[in-house]
Design a protein around this ligand. Sequence first.
Ligand code: ADP
Ligand code: MG
Length: 386
Amino acid sequence: MIRFDRVGKRYPDGTDAVHDLSFEVDEGELVTLVGPSGCGKTTTMMMVNRLIEPTSGRIEVAGEDVMSVDPVRLRRRIGYVIQQVGLFPHRTVLDNTATVPELVGWKRSRALSRAAELLDLVGLDPKTYGGRYPGQLSGGQRQRVGVARALAADPPVLLMDEPFGAVDPVVRERLQNQFLDLQRSLRKTVLLVTHDIEEAVRLGDRMAVYGPGRIEQYDTPATVLGRPASAYVAEFVGADRGLKRLSVTEVRPDDLEEPPVARCAEPAGHAADRMRSEGARWAVVLDDEGALHGWVGLEEVARAEGRTVGDLAHRMNAWVPVGSPLKGAFGVMLQHDAGWVAVLDGARFLGVLTPAKLHEALRRSVDADARGVGREEAAFDSVPDA
Ligand code: ADP
Ligand code: MG
């Protein structure tokens, strides 16, 4: 959808802001550009909608060379969100949001109803906020209006320059989550600039890590964290990149172990015999439908002749839905002081995640398989296996 081919930008004063940039952004993909200040991220982004023009190379949007497209027509297809938001102070929130549809010639009534719809989408009730002026909003609310405005004409491409930069960390995380939800349904092609590595990792399908004037690594967050391409990238992503990887790797069904299982309706003595013969000290208790009911210890079922397993089961709080990040699963493990967490698909019990399996899943996240590299060859910065 967006293609950079050996793109360079030298400003008139001789500053080489970027040189020899080549990368592609697929349709529906969210790519984050991350790196220290001054390394050319904003320059890269502004060349996509021709607010800045490249001095060498070629940029394509949807197969067209941007230099051959009328800039006004180009910008209609590209939403733009910047940190300072750039809302018009003397226009209401609703009018601000309707700006682009009106510019591209929508009837006023249609533009306003579209604006109300978009405000709703970003979590601002148009009845409450539509009539306010930007100065009557909090920083986070203004950012959301900025996003709504950029989306109003439904452009396929969205450029976002530090869109959540001006708000405190709590609000920022909320805005990020909300934007991710939105992006899951809208599937825009997004380029998002940030200097915040956490944000780049959380939001990006892929991330471009910038050094001065160039991209040092372009890959999925899991791979950048698991296999930084250079010492520069390793340092930039931080010494805690192993921990960060926990938040970009999901629990998959094939990560799970099958623990001993007992059924609610099973007589306690029967379950005790079975657990002894399997050498199990505890079992997960499931109902007839395979839903998680709880857990029991061997001692308890052994002492409770005549009762059913279901009567004796303890509630199990240590569980997560399949597909949730390893970080959440690890948190639940620590919180409940459990050696494992149950993993559910809806109510259905799939298996348990153990610390050993969690470690395996992290190794997997390095993408070794996808690249046809053997697991043992993947550079991995944890203690070597015994
Ligand atoms: P980032 O967004 O990563 O902080 P920028 O793209 O804004 O970086 O800037 C990249 C480099 O280009 C910096 O060294 C900056 O000072 C320089 N630069 C940006 N705009 C101009 C300009 N209009 N004229 C000259 N140099 C500029
Ligand atoms: Mg910038």
